[in-house]
Structures are given as C-alpha cells and as structure tokens.
Design a protein around this ligand. Structure first.
Ligand SMILES: Cc1cc2nc3c(=O)[nH]c(=O)nc-3n(C[C@H](O)[C@H](O)[C@H](O)COP(=O)(O)O)c2cc1C
Length: 325
C-alpha cells in the first residue's frame, strides 16, 4: 500500500516478494545509504547497488559526466569500493534500514572467473548482507578478450552466465546492454542458462565533442547515454523481450514519472528501475510509487492486470481523460 491508497502494489519476481515494483537503478543511488538523511529507503521496492567488483576500482579520468539533449552521458568507468568494503561498511546500515525494501546486489568482473568469484562471495554472505537477488552487469569489457564488451557478445555472455549460475542459487537477473541490434537472443540465452529474469536496458553508447578543445568532451572519450531519451528504447525492448521469453523483465531507461513506469508495466515489465531521474529529483522513485498507486485506484485495477496489458489484442476504449494518472 502507498500513501493512503487502497492499491496493493506487491509483486512477486524471481521467487522474491517486493512490496512495490519500483526499484532504484545501479549507479544512480550509490550503495543505498547516500540519500539516508532525506529519504526513507524502506519505501522502495528495492535498492540495486552500484556495480561491485571483487576489489575497488578508480574508474575513468574526469570529466565523467556531460549533460546532453534528452539526458546525460556518463563515463564513470565502474568506479566502486569493491565487494568486501561494501560488505563491511555499507551492508550493516542497509540491513538495518532497508527492510521491507529488498537489496539487489549488482556485480561484475573483468573476466568470467571474476564474475564467478564475486557471485560466490555474495552468495556466501547473502544472509549477513540481506541480499534478495543478484543483478549481473554484463556491459563490461572482458580483459582476456581484447576488451570486448561482454554484453555485446553471445559467447562471452553465455560463459559468464554459466560461471555464475554454477556457484549461486540466489535469484539471478541479467542486465542487458542495448548496444546490440537485437536484445532477444540475449534474453533467450539468459533464460536458457537458468537466469531468473532480465533487467533492461543499460546505457546506450554516446559521445559529445567539445567545440573549444575540438576533442571528445569526456575524459574517456565516449560514455553511456541515460535519461528521458532512453524511454522509448527501453519500452520497445521490454515489449519485444516479453514476447520472446517467460522469465520476468525489470524495465529500465528514462523513467522519471509514474506515466513512464506504467508504460513499462503495460509493455510487460514486472518491475521498473528509476535511474538518472533521481539526480534531478531525489524523490522521483517515491513519486513513481505513489503515481502507480493512484492510477490503479482510479481504474480499480490490480497491478497484475496491468502487467503486459499492451499485448492484448482486445481494444481498450478508455477515454483519454480517464487514462491519465
Ligand atoms: C552515473 C551513472 C552510473 C551508472 N552506473 C551503473 C553501474 O554501476 N552498473 C549498472 O549496471 N548500470 C549503471 N548505470 C546504468 C543505470 O543503472 C541505468 O541502466 C541507465 O542509466 C538507464 O536508466 P535511466 O535512463 O533511468 O538512467 C549508470 C547510470 C548512470 C547515469
């Protein structure tokens, strides 16, 4: 329930119960404790951690952020404190303040073996840190394969999934990269290899050139595009992937308001993640929760009736005014 609403927003996904379908996206909410003085994190469906590697990483040279039309570019380069520091310094606070919101631990590695090792460690500490699920960030270069982006290569994706699936029984979500002509083969592969769901989408490759220096603006050169311009891309892939696999979808990309999240749910996502919008408005995710509840109240609908409704052939014939949130 949310803000005096009668709507039941609880949703089951990958065998886990989430009190609502609104999560905060990896890399846009720190380790969950950054907003602690202003924000009640326990109201969220889940917090997804910044991507954690086995050890700390410094990331890319500055500048790492650029504002562009329709969103932003980032080239953070997966800077993170590493799994052990997260377990020691961040997890105790989350253990205390997060429930009933869930913790989804997002991990990555430089090689398939590193993915396996970090997944193994999260699995071993699952009760201690309160991990409900693992989200695999596969949008990472494989250092043994000349830096090929794992999430853009079916063979490398399969290799990582096999290594990880073999060492953990934690619900496993695979976060897909939109830097592919087709995401359906990646979603099918995730299902085949025993993933419990897919999260989509990560950022799109992008670049901005500085007219003064006449060079790429970001220190790394290129970056990842996020924000409002990703909304139709993420909704498209949610719709397509929903037609192709049975495992659940977590919709991500450009969600700033309840209307945006509702599109993903109607396209077939069982949950959504709010990313870049939290930078502009730290309360965006909470507002999305309240807006979904209002929509369900107004239309006397259950969340389950809404999920995937865009795939129904029967015309809806809802007057435009009534369709508003
Ligand atoms: C500054 C920044 C850092 C990010 N870091 C990560 C990360 O560490 N791991 C990851 O899986 N995704 C990361 N992302 C991608 C987001 O989780 C999300 O997939 C993407 O931004 C699209 O959603 P949005 O348009 O709502 O931001 C990052 C995005 C931004 C903007």
């Amino acid at each position: 329930m949310s803000g005096g609403s009668a709507a039941n927003l609880a949703v089951e996904l990958a065998g886990v119960r989430f009190q609502n379908p609104v999560w905060v996206a990896s890399g846009t909410f720190g380790y969950g404790d950054d907003f602690q003085t202003i924000f009640d994190v326990s109201r969220l469906g889940a917090v997804v951690t910044k991507t954690l590697f086995l050890g700390p990483r410094d990331g890319n040279p500055p500048p790492r952020i650029a504002e562009v039309g329709g969103g932003m570019l980032n080239s953070i380069g997966l800077a993170n404190i590493g799994w052990e520091a997260f377990r020691e310094r961040k997890a105790p606070w989350l253990r205390q303040h997060l429930p009933p919101a869930q913790l989804v631990v997002n991990v990555a590695g430089n090689t398939a073996e590193e993915y396996r090792e970090v997944a193994l460690r999260v699995d071993a500490a699952r009760a201690e840190v309160g991990a409900a699920a693992l989200e695999l960030n596969i949008s990472c270069p494989n250092v043994n394969e000349g830096g090929t982006n794992i999430g853009c290569d079916l063979r490398l994706t399969r290799e990582v999934l096999r290594e990880v699936r073999a060492v953990t029984s934690l619900p496993l979500l695979v976060k897909l990269s939109p830097n592919n002509a087709d995401l359906v083969p990646f979603a099918r592969l995730a299902e085949e290899e025993g993933a419990d769901g897919v999260s989509l989408i990560n950022t799109l490759y992008g670049m901005t050139v500085d007219l003064h220096s006449r060079r790429p603006f970001l220190g790394h050169g290129s970056g990842g595009l996020s924000g409002p311009s990703l909304l139709p891309v993420g909704v498209f892939w949610t719709y397509k992937v929903h037609q192709a696999v049975r495992i659940p979808i977590v919709g991500i990309g450009g969600i700033a308001r309840a209307e945006d999240a509702l599109q993903y749910l109607m396209a077939g996502a069982r949950a959504v993640q709010v990313g870049t919008a939290s930078f502009l408005n730290p309360f965006a995710s909470l507002e999305v929760i309240d807006g979904i509840a209002r929509f369900l109240d107004r239309h006397r609908m259950d969340l389950e009736e809404l999920i995937g409704v865009a795939h129904e052939r029967r015309p809806q014939n809802v007057p435009a005014a009534a369709a508003a949130v």
